[in-house]
Write a protein that binds this ligand. Sequence first.
Ligand SMILES: Cc1cc2nc3c(=O)[nH]c(=O)nc-3n(C[C@H](O)[C@H](O)[C@H](O)COP(=O)(O)OP(=O)(O)OC[C@H]3O[C@@H](n4cnc5c(N)ncnc54)[C@H](O)[C@@H]3O)c2cc1C
Length: 206
Amino acid sequence: MEVKLLNFTPLWVCSNAIRTCWQSFERGDNGGEKDLALINRVGNEMKHSSTLEHIFYNFYIKGVSRALLQELARHRMASLSVKSTRYTLKELRNEPEITSDSAAKYIVLTGNEAVDSASIKALNNLREILGANTSLDIAKYCLPECYKTELAWSINARSLQNFLSLRSSKSALWEIRALANALFAALPEEHKFIFEHCMYKGSGEI
Ligand SMILES: Cc1cc2nc3c(=O)[nH]c(=O)nc-3n(C[C@H](O)[C@H](O)[C@H](O)COP(=O)(O)OP(=O)(O)OC[C@H]3O[C@@H](n4cnc5c(N)ncnc54)[C@H](O)[C@@H]3O)c2cc1C
């Protein structure tokens, strides 16, 4: 998978919002140490978490499965614009037979030979159906869950905290855990203190 951070709100916007409550603007330091300590104290420790909603992150996420997508879409406090199979499935129409060497272009492989081989079969079935000029709206019903997709995903810092807590956990699906880790890694270094405590620190074993 690939995760790119396209844009984000600078931290002073959040500290400025917090200072609005007390009208203490003159005590700010334009996103410096004082402002960061304020965000941590008010947003994280005092749980006045709505102040974190002023910080927005816009990500582009590529090469994740539709199995992951349906879990990601459960996070209602985020905005998604997803590559539509209704318009894009024709990308498979003129492909030669998909093999284990070429499959990763279209599907997320698990490393389990039996599962991956079943996924490649499903992909070839779909390819044949598309080759017979079946409409994309009908053909999409036999898409395997491993089919890769991509999306623009925007989320505020409060909701991202919730997402990272739930999805970096060892009880989350392995692929969405990988996404949670990649999202955290893509954040600007100076923002990571807002989310550090949300990241699961134990081993990956379930
Ligand atoms: C390990 C794991 C296993 C899961 N298994 C299943 C499963 O088997 N079946 C299944 O259906 N789902 C499952 N889920 C999905 C889960 O139920 C949530 O839908 C998903 O994690 C999104 O979480 P959220 O509602 O906190 O996030 P968001 O939808 O982004 O909401 C963010 C926060 O806003 C508030 N909020 C949002 N909507 C409401 C509302 N209507 N009322 C009150 N407060 C609201 C809540 O505080 C919520 O935490 C699983 C999730 C995890 C992490």
